[in-house]
Design a protein around this ligand. Structure first.
Ligand code: HEM
Length: 385
């Protein structure tokens, strides 16, 4: 698997794409260094850099949405946005959502059992994270379907390098609708706070005055977008790996306490997010490679996760792997804020599925990967008990 990554790691750990003035970096040590270093910056959003979206009036809503996302900002703005959201996104919030996550997973799995030809992505992995985050944000039950559609159109924006104009138009419409929707939700909670993350963020805001209303709205939307497709992929990729490695699935049956370590191995072996990017803020020597100020750097999380310098037998799927230092949630200041939630969702999902599906095999067409570069996930996965 991943022969291209193996070749990159062996022969071209820093590969220069001249026509794009861009580096592709694959060594674990270097990827980690770049993600942690303030010399590599974010505040040149890819949307602005891409000629296809240089038409701000046409994609105004996308531009306004993503320019506030902590994901694309550097300190001090990044620190301000992130610390505010982190106030609401605490271990306590997570603990409180545990029973809801379990009941959502159990209901979805039970419905899937009734299907003659269940399809894990559509019937289970896709709805689970969107229902969980909608629940945490306090979105009413009846709005869940439209939420799924928005999330779908917006997640593609993260893969912006490869978007068509039609997809950008669709994303722009979704951005406009979801921002209006959240504006209304925020204003309602300003009058009548509820027990949800939005109310919690507003509560902190009233004391700290850190965010504008638009920043608050846009970063709530980021929680949905950043946490949806990524978690779908983690669950879907895990199920595929379990079918391909029945011995691991069997072992988990007897030792369910290994599920958390299996989740880490799925994250490493089939990283849901394959890369991220930064821009060199100054001339930097990385090993013996000189990266010039202004050059773009793509760091390959997927390749770094298979670097033999860090992982013994990297192409072996080993759910008992110790000290699994994968970079699937990145590292440094942008380390995934939703990592504990994603882990909890995946652990719960596999606990529930293991119980209801003691043995699995593929049924129907061979699973195919979605045609994307940023995200690694399946189009569909038909299973049989
Ligand atoms: C950031 C991966 C789930 C919210 C990131 C980054 C990665 C990542 C690689 C860093 C990107 C960069 O540095 O350029 C994942 C994966 C997930 C997952 C693999 C699931 C398996 C979630 C969930 C949420 C979430 C469930 C929230 C509900 C965020 C946010 C950021 C982020 C807000 C931006 C953090 C910052 O810029 O400081 N994620 N994520 N993610 N993630 Fe996740």
């Amino acid at each position: 698997p991943y022969p291209f990554y193996t070749k990159m790691l062996q022969d071209h750990p820093a590969y220069f794409l001249k026509e794009r003035n861009t580096w592709i970096i694959s060594k674990h040590e270097h990827v980690q260094f770049i993600l942690k270093s303030p010399m590599f910056i974010r505040e040149q959003s890819r949307l602005e850099a891409e000629p296809v979206v240089m038409d701000p009036p046409r994609w105004r809503n996308i531009n306004e949405l993503v320019q506030d996302w902590m994901l694309f900002r550097d300190p001090p703005t990044h620190t301000r946005l992130r610390s505010h959201v982190a106030y609401a996104f605490t271990p306590k919030t997570l603990e409180q959502s545990k029973p809801r996550i379990r009941s959502i997973a159990e209901n979805l799995a039970a419905d899937m059992l009734k299907e003659t030809n269940p399809e894990v992505i559509h019937d289970f992995a896709f709805p689970l994270p969107v229902m969980v985050i909608a629940d945490m944000l306090g979105v009413p039950q009846e709005d869940r379907n439209i939420f799924k559609r928005w999330s779908n159109s917006l997640a593609r924006l993260l893969d912006v390098t490869f978007l068509s104009e039609e997809q950008l138009d669709e994303g722009d419409l979704a951005a406009a609708e979801i921002r209006d929707y959240f504006r209304q939700q925020v204003r309602e909670r300003q009058k009548n706070p509820k027990e949800d993350i939005i109310s919690e963020i507003i509560h902190v805001e009233n004391k700290e005055h850190l965010l504008s209303e638009e920043e608050l709205i846009n970063n709530c939307i980021l929680l949905l977008v950043a946490g949806h497709e990524t978690t779908v992929n983690l669950i879907g990729n895990g199920m595929k790996l379990f079918i391909e490695h029945p011995e691991s699935y069997k072992l988990l049956h007897h030792q369910p306490e290994l599920i958390p370590s299996a989740v880490e191995e799925i994250l490493r072996y089939e990283s849901p997010v394959q890369f991220t990017n930064r821009t060199a803020g100054e001339d930097i020597l990385l090993g013996d490679t000189l990266i010039r100020r202004g050059q773009e750097v793509f760091v390959s999380l997927g390749a770094a996760n298979r670097d033999p310098a860090v992982f013994s037998d990297p192409h072996h799927f080993d759910i008992t792997r110790k000290k699994n230092r994968h970079l699937s949630f990145a590292a440094g200041p942008h380390f995934c804020i939703g990592a504990p939630l994603a882990r909890l969702e995946a652990i719960t999902a596999f606990q529930v599925l293991l119980k209801q599906y003691p043995a699995l095999r593929f049924s129907g067409p061979t699973p195919i990967w979605r045609n994307q570069i940023l995200f690694r996930g399946l189009e569909a996965l038909h299973v049989k008990m």
